[in-house]
Design a protein around this ligand. Sequence first.
Ligand code: SIN
Length: 335
Amino acid sequence: MLKSLFASAACALLLVSTSAHGAQPGSPIVIKFSHVVADDTPKGHGALLFKQLVEERLEGQVQVEVYPNSTLYGDANELEALANNQVQLLAPSLAKFEQYTKQLQVFDLPFLFDDLEAVNRFQKRSKGRQLLRSMEKHDIVGLAYWHNGMKQLSATRPLRVPADAAGLNFRIQPSGVLEAQFAQIGAKTQKLPFAEVFNALKSGTVQGAENPWSNIYSKQLHQVQPYITETNHGVLDYMLVSNAKFWYGIPHRTRVELEAIIDEVTYAVNREAEALNNADRARIQASGSTQLITLNPAEREAWRAAMRPVWQQFEDQIGKDVIKAAEAVNRKQRQ
Ligand code: SIN
């Protein structure tokens, strides 16, 4: 009797000690980090640097496997895989969390942030930090923001004024704000996973898209989009997320070390993202396969005026306080 009581207690203990982070005592915790972009992008570099630092500093305790280019999970199933602990780290674009929180839609509002520096300031201030915890009730813990960059519009025809986009079908991420943004300029939209964008543009299923330079270049989208307008109309950034049960199940000392590594990687990713995007912009220009259209201030203002009503449409969902806090980080004075 006593023996069987001991056996079930030991069994329960083993379940407790293995269930949270999935590792058997004595064997390393495995962190699968899945993402949808190429290695040579800000997020791709971040994932690889995380792996390198973890394996240097937590050798034998934590092992990191990186799966880029939607090779393990893609946009359609990666968050579900995180919930089921089939993957332990993701860094989806901030436009991909709509089903878990409406507040993160603030990042999709067109022409809200003047530049990446402004985005950075918002993410560091208290409202931005609070949003890292906005999906707690879904057991999603936000660990950091990682930059990619400002988005540019690409299409099969030159887009200089908003009316040029009317009637075109644009690929978008799964975001109501982005849908509304294109509706404002008379364009149609299709939500597609990132892995399908190149083929959809190539086949003509969609005729336009919005991406930062690094995503355009690393996926060769400029080869199938003859025009890119440098609008910088919105931001595409990421939230590094984990499953809360997994994350808080990691032994405290190990988790503290992992969080310190994440801080270091975040600093590196965010410091180099803009330079990487600028280098890819130059590569796209040098390729000669697409024409870059730059806008003068009056032309850019016309795009801003056309898309700006979207803010009001979504202010109840996002929260006026969040939008106000985001707007306040711009240094330039606006009317
Ligand atoms: C990404 O950068 O993770 C992909 C963004 C997109 O789906 O456009």
